[in-house]
Structure formats: C-alpha cells, structure tokens
Write a new protein. Structure first.
Length: 291
C-alpha cells in the first residue's frame, strides 16, 4: 500500500467514524526491514494496513496499538532485540525475534469526536449546539440522527420528551439527559414505559450543579457532565481490557485477538509473534517422544 493509498484509507476511516491508530517509523537502526517514514494503520480488530516491519514487529505493533487506541493516548514505541535502560515518555518492548536492529514507532490514536444528539430547539438546545461545536464535538439533531450517538440531551421544554428518552434508553445511549426542573424531570422519568434500571440512567436536571444561570451556562454545565461521564468510563492503564497472551516459544507478549497469528491445539488456542514460532510449536507437538 503506497503512502497515498494509506492517506486515503485514513481519510475514509475518519469519514466513517472508525477509530484507528496511525503508526509511523521515526527511527530505524540497522538491520531492519522498515525505514524512517514507513507507516501503517492499526484497526480496532487488530488488523494492520501498511508496513512498519516484519511479522514480529507487526505483532508488537498490534498489541501496543490496541492498547493506545483503548486509552486514547499517543505512544512512542521502541522495539529492540535486548533489554535497555527505561526512558520516560517511551514504551520499550524487547523483541527477541529481531535480527539485531531497533525501531522507534510513533503511535497516534485517531478517535472520532463525541457524537452528541440534541432534541429540541429551545434556547438551551441552541446553546448546546454552539458550545459543543466550539469544543470540537459533532452535534446532530436527534430527529434526524439514525446512527449510534454518545449522548442525547432532550431540551424541548415539555414537547415530545418521552419518545426521545425511551428510544435513547432502549438503544443503550451512554448518556441521556433531560433539561427540566428537578420536580418536573422526576415526574417525566417516573412515567417512562421502561424498566426502573433504565429510568435511573436519565440525568435530570441535566448538567453538573455549578449554579448555572441562563441557557449558555446550562449548556456548559451539561457538556461538563458529559465530559465527566466519558472520563470515568475510560479504562486506566492498570485496567486495560486488551487480552494478552504469551508466545510459548519466544515468550513475547502477543495480543490475544483473532487477527494475531494463532494455532489451536488440544482445545487450547496459542498465539504467536510470527510464523517461525508457530511452526516450531507445531513441530514440537508432532515430534516423536524419545525414552
């Protein structure tokens, strides 16, 4: 895949709101097959498009790329064949399969901006759209939006609230809020024809209690609450959900995902950094025992 093709592919993923990681080689110490400037994309399923090195480097890139994507944090990755002193600001991985060279690869997660739907055309709704766009969020009208959204704010002042709230709750929208007084909001939520567990998910009055006055400040408090909820839902470094496995031949950490090289044996799936380790493992399983 040429650099132009990769650039076009990245633009296509952005338009489709598909998260990915852009990986670029920034240093290559011979002997390495990759050169500075080589690039690749790591997708959510661990598939890799482009080139930043051979099979073993790709295996390390897959694991670290998925971790960077999960945490939405850029990473400077150094892959070398032996242990090196740790350096702040750099993730170092020992890859015993390398032929002696060292690579540094910059991993940049590209995550779509939050997609926030607003239901209504009240002054608060208008301010929400304006302030949200200034933050770089993608603001859409709930009536017109058919794809999954990150948040829904109902700000109609009593018009067609129940339908929008029920639909958002049953669709699993992560943040659902109703702009209303505490008393009226509680009454609207209590009347929703959904389970009590879903009713408890509605934020009303919408927004953090910052003493907001007027539509603009109320809009700010709502967006602040959305930011707070999103931050709490992000995984910490210690709480990663990326499954990892150990290559039984070389001991390298490998992402335990379908796109990693793997082999099923005796009902157990084993993951490998490259074909060499997989073939060595497979050969060991069929080799005759010597007494």
């Amino acid at each position: 895949m040429s650099a132009g093709d990769l650039l076009g592919r990245a633009a296509e993923l952005r338009r489709a709101r598909v998260p990915f990681v852009r990986a670029k080689v920034v240093l290559a110490e011979r002997p390495t097959s990759a050169k500075p400037g080589d690039e690749a994309l790591v997708l959510e399923d661990g598939s890799i498009e482009g080139f930043v090195g051979g099979n073993c480097v790709e295996s390390t890139l897959r694991a670290q790329g998925l971790l960077a994507l999960e945490q939405s944090r850029p990473v400077l990755l150094r892959v070398s064949p032996q242990e090196e002193p740790a350096q702040p600001g750099r993730v170092q991985v020992v890859n015993p399969c390398l032929s002696g060279g060292t690579l540094e690869i910059f991993l940049e997660p590209v995550v779509p901006a939050p997609l926030i739907a607003v239901h209504g055309h009240s002054p608060t709704a208008r301010c929400l759209r304006e302030v949200g766009r200034s933050l770089g969020y993608e603001m859409v009208d709930w009536e017109e939006e058919q794809t999954a959204v990150d948040a829904l704010v109902v700000a109609t002042h009593g018009r067609d609230e129940e339908t929008a709230l029920r639909r958002a709750l049953t669709q699993g929208v992560p943040y659902v809020a109703l702009v209303a007084s505490r008393r009226r909001g509680a009454a609207v939520v209590a009347a929703l024809p959904v389970d009590e567990d879903l009713r408890r998910l509605v934020h009303t009055p919408a927004g953090l209690d910052i003493g907001a006055r007027g539509p603009a400040e109320v809009a700010l408090s709502i967006l602040a609450e959305i930011i707070s909820c999103r931050a709490r839902s992000q995984p910490s470094e210690a709480g990663t959900a990326i499954p990892l496995a150990v290559d039984p031949i070389c001991g390298m950490a490998v992402a335990a995902v379908e796109t990693s090289l793997h082999l099923d044996h005796m009902g157990v799936r084993h993951y490998f950094c490259g074909p060499g380790c997989r073939d060595a493992f497979a050969g060991a399983q069929v080799a005759p025992a010597h007494g």
